[in-house]
Design a protein around this ligand. Sequence first.
Ligand code: MLT
Length: 393
Amino acid sequence: MNIKLNDNFDNVKESYLFSEIAKRVNKYSAEHPEAKIIRLGIGDCTLPLTKTVIDAMHKAVDEMGVKETFRGYPPEYGYDFLREAISKYYASNGVDVAADEIFVSDGAKSDCGNIVDILGDNTILIPDPVYPVYMDSNIMSGRKIELISGNQENGFLPMPNGLEVKPYVIYICSPNNPTGATYNKEQLGEWIAFAKKSGSLIIFDSAYEAFIKGDYPHSIYAVEGARECVIEICSFSKMAGFTGTRCSWTVFPKELEVNGKSVQKMWARRQATKFNGVPYVIQRAAEAALSPEGVKEAMANIDYYMSNGKLIGELLKEKGVWFSGGVCSPYIWLKCPNNMKSWDFFDMLLEKVQVVGTPGAGFGDEGEGYFRLTSFGSREATIEAIERLKTIL
Ligand code: MLT
């Protein structure tokens, strides 16, 4: 063929981080069929969907089997009932987001990746370490990327002071994946002030907001000025166990404008062209997840996961291993013992105790020498992993 391909793909690693991990684990498993591997790598929920969610799904499935209540194409931006429910969820956190500013989607990952469609050739500012989708999707689009370092000294919470004042597209993930570091209101206020001063746009990923404990904003719109410079992306995946069910949302406030052009309208145009909406049954399930009973059940599951995180943290404390996370986040971010490199530690854990984690280096160069364990495993698997880790830490 003589067509041109997108050569920017030459600049991303051959495999996506979690695909690379799966490849290595599958290879090990094929070579050691007797091995009982414990997977604490990708942050995938293990508790089933809750009763309220399942009841709503069943009801919606039944509706789809009846002529009078059957639904065809869903609205591209989400059913009004779900957009209203999300708007009310914001209100329960004291934040004002109108239903028509909310765009329902099939995953925060999709929106994080697709957002580049409506943005021009800007300088992209990405914290390091962070969720790799921001980096990979911008490399695929040939964008110029600058990194801002998160490290032990700044508590993995990079701040804008010292940055050149120019327009950027800035990605922020808080609570941070992978470190669990969480910005407080004042710190987010500094980022907003910087965005306004420099004419920048912030893309705020709040996928882990439901894990927050303590006085941290659950939404960046709790901070004054955010509506003029922030797009917020959030998800049902980690909050309500929707990793396999797929539902998320992105907020485009009306105030977001560039030279009089509405960013919200551009996203609406993009979605109408390239997306056919989330299935009715799933949106009914998501609506149920935000009902008072649904939220109560979701919080009980989050408490279960956080207890796993606490157990992992206790082991690391006992062994004198530096770590963060596990407080506002389901991830434990630890320093690899004996200054080991992330992938070497990954290989060692897999080979010696058959425990899978995520190498910190996969989240950026600043993650080298660190490692992430997820608390999304079952209690039994987590306890078994801790017993095995005890023998080598
Ligand atoms: C993770 O493990 O970092 C997440 O599960 C990945 C994702 O949310 O796509």
